[in-house]
Write a new protein. Structure first.
Length: 680
């Protein structure tokens, strides 16, 4: 009782905090001058809303953490809020802050799923991502686990994401800067200049990994196999990716837009294509994201960045990528086995700390929606997968021979589908053993984009490729299907292999393009293992194929005692004919609220029987229906009315009759008059 009372008090306090708002206030950016809030035409905005009336801004880091903790209390099986600085023993952030991380996943399914990480503002006054990540978490829980309408995304897909991904959030990488509306931390350090990548930082960083947050992030990355991540920024409208200040002479030209960029990384093509698609999906509230605002850091922001988080998290594993050894002080700080992350630095807003009116809500698509879309897109991309779609046959469906049926699926978690088709047969494991295959959809093989459910993604909506195969079965039986796909094979080709060597740096690319890739990392959640594979499979789908078939005739009215004694078991019988001569099953409705399981099989035309005893006196009706081996059912039969017992003398009469029967058996020629009276 005390526990429930305490929860009620906490919930009330949190509700009051949620009402608190602050007034509007006026990244990589050192020199960005554009500080005006983007204006948009609100005429066509959907002003109807669900959930919270507006996405409020927390007034402090403490309030932000209390909001996350309230969600953890409400959804304890899916959200965990923890102090990562305590987990990794990195100390306390000066002025008394803890470095809170949040994990979102279905905890009952374990912690070895593809991991993604999103961190809030290393520059404390760049707040869009820090605020938006909380409202993403709130939105995701409500859309996945409540009855609130989810007008834009399937609840089933959102639950699938929670079941099959681990989403990590660092609430704020710079809580002091967030509280004091400033770029730097309490030391005056720039927390996006202290990473170990082509930098010998002093002021204003304090050195490589000088901050508690930097040490914690370093430890977290090295204890996880992160596929994708980002550090949110503001002060411009851009999507930035490596490099920051090395490999300046390496040029990458986008095969999609034709735009060229210096400082291009080995996995330039995947960064380019995925970021362009992401920019379209995020929308244009904060400004258009196109080939001019998406690219490598120096070519986009206009100056080089040393010690940035993004290049380090991508290329810091110099044992795997020895070309980068000259830029990393692994002799001092050790190698970074957790690197190989597809890391972006999104500059979300021209205004670093925009007002609360710019965040929108569930249905008013402003910065809150754009952060949400960013996280959804990147989380999906962490690993390829195939899912059956509505509009096709479903698990355990019964299909009739000579009837065309559709199988419908999508391929996601990828940029391009090189091959996809169905394998099926009568073996329960069609991944290993199959009899039939369908047409190979290979129209996008060798392309950089195409064939996924994310094709044509725009402004939070997708209108992608859905594959449909129509199959007509002529032979009855149990069939098992799997959809399979090969994806993103062009991206195993790195830019400038003469410089970068021949293997991708990104673990998510190695996983999907190299069957021999195998990574094991002993982390804080135990052993993390990634096994490369070039084919990906849907869940196995089972269907039953029945012949064209008529149901049996309605069974005969049951026969058996029409009266009896409670507690005594009696036999009841019926029969029916199946038009195709199939065996049949019977289900008995005993009239007392009990209905039997399907009993059988019995041969067509033979007697089907069942036993029944009643525990109480009463009037009952017994009915029976039948189905054949293909599941075609009949109506209920005409009922048999029975009484248990007929009257109080019934037990004595029954005993008397049994005695008379015994006399007749013992003296077959005696008692002729009694026999005549009894109709014998």
């Amino acid at each position: 009782m005390k526990k429930h009372f305490l929860k009620a008090i906490i919930s009330g306090i949190v509700a009051l905090l949620l009402l608190t708002t602050i007034l509007p206030t006026s990244a990589y950016s050192n020199d960005m001058q554009k500080q005006t809030t983007t204006q948009i035409d609100n005429e066509n905005e959907d002003t109807s809303n669900f959930g919270p009336a507006w996405y409020n801004k927390p007034t402090s880091y403490a309030q932000l953490i209390s909001w996350y903790q309230a969600l953890e209390t409400q959804y304890p099986d899916y959200i965990e809020v923890f102090k990562a600085n305590e987990m990794y023993g990195t100390g306390t952030i000066p002025t008394g802050y803890d470095d809170y991380y949040i994990r979102i996943t279905n905890e009952s399914l374990g912690f070895h799923k593809p991991e993604v990480l999103y961190i809030g503002g290393p520059h404390g006054d760049e707040t869009v991502g820090t605020v938006g990540m909380f409202w993403f978490t709130d939105w995701l829980m409500r859309m996945a686990f409540t009855d609130e309408p989810s007008p834009y995304y399937s609840k089933d897909w959102l639950r699938w994401m929670i079941d099959n991904r681990e989403i990590y959030i660092e609430a704020s990488h710079n809580p002091y800067g967030f509280d004091h509306d400033q770029r730097y931390d309490s030391h005056g350090w720039d927390l996006n200049r202290e990473a170990d990548m082509n930098w010998d930082p002093g002021e204003p960083t304090g050195g490589i990994w000088a901050s508690v947050q930097g040490k914690t992030l370093n430890a977290f990355i090295d204890n996880h196999t992160i596929r994708l991540a980002c550090d949110f920024h503001g002060g411009a409208r851009m999507l930035l990716y490596p490099w920051g200040n090395m490999h300046s002479s390496i040029v990458g030209t986008s095969p999609i837009t034709g735009q060229s960029y210096n400082y291009a990384p080995p996995d330039f093509y995947f960064f380019d294509a995925s970021s362009l698609r992401l920019g379209d999906f995020m929308g244009d509230y904060g400004g258009d994201l196109d080939k001019y605002s998406i690219g490598t850091i120096p070519d986009t922001v206009g100056y080089t960045v040393g010690g940035g988080i993004c290049p380090w998290a991508y290329g810091g594993d110099v044992e795997t990528n020895p070309v980068e050894d000259q830029y990393v002080q692994d002799e001092v700080f050790g190698n970074y086995y957790g690197a190989g992350v597809l890391w972006l630095s999104p500059e979300m807003s021209n205004t670093k700390n925009p007002g609360q009116d710019t965040f929108g809500n569930d249905t008013v698509a402003r910065y809150g929606a754009e952060v949400r879309r960013f996280i959804l897109h990147e989380t999906d991309l962490a690993q390829p997968y195939l899912r059956w779609q509505s509009g096709g046959v479903q698990e355990d469906q019964i299909v009739i021979t000579n009837t065309p049926v559709n199988f419908t699926w999508q391929v996601n978690g990828s940029m391009v589908v090189d091959h996809t088709y169905l394998q099926y047969g009568n073996n329960p494991n069609p991944i290993q053993t199959w009899t039939y295959t369908t047409t190979d959809h290979d129209e996008h093989a060798g392309d950089y984009i195409g064939g996924t459910g994310w094709d044509n993604a725009m402004n939070g909506q997708t209108d992608g490729t859905t594959y449909v195969e129509q199959i007509t079965f002529t032979v009855p039986g149990e069939y098992y299907f799997v959809a399979k796909a090969q994806v993103d094979q062009i991206y195993k080709n790195v830019l400038r292999p003469d410089i970068y060597l021949s293997n991708p740096y990104l673990r998510l690319l190695k996983e999907r393009t190299n069957d021999s890739y195998h990574e094991i990392l002993e982390g804080s959640d135990g052993t993390e293992e990634i096994i490369g594979q070039t084919w990906w499979y849907s869940p196995i789908l089972h269907i039953s194929v029945y012949p064209e078939n008529e149901a049996p005739n309605t069974p005969d009215k049951p026969t058996g005692p029409a009266e009896g004694k409670p507690g005594t078991t009696y036999n009841y019988r019926t029969t029916t004919i199946d038009p195709e001569g199939d065996q049949v099953y019977y289900m008995w409705n005993w009239g007392d609220g009990n209905i039997s399981q399907w009993l059988g099989p019995f041969n067509s035309g033979s007697v089907g029987s069942a036993q029944k005893s009643y525990s109480t006196k009463g009037q009952y009706q017994i009915k029976v229906k039948a189905k054949d081996v293909w599941g075609a059912e009949t109506d209920w039969s005409e009922p048999l009315d029975i009484t248990m017992p007929k009257d109080v003398s019934a037990p004595f009469r029954s005993l008397f009759l049994q005695l008379i029967e015994q006399l007749f058996e013992r003296y077959p020629n005696a008692f002729p008059i009694l026999r005549h009276l009894m109709g014998q």
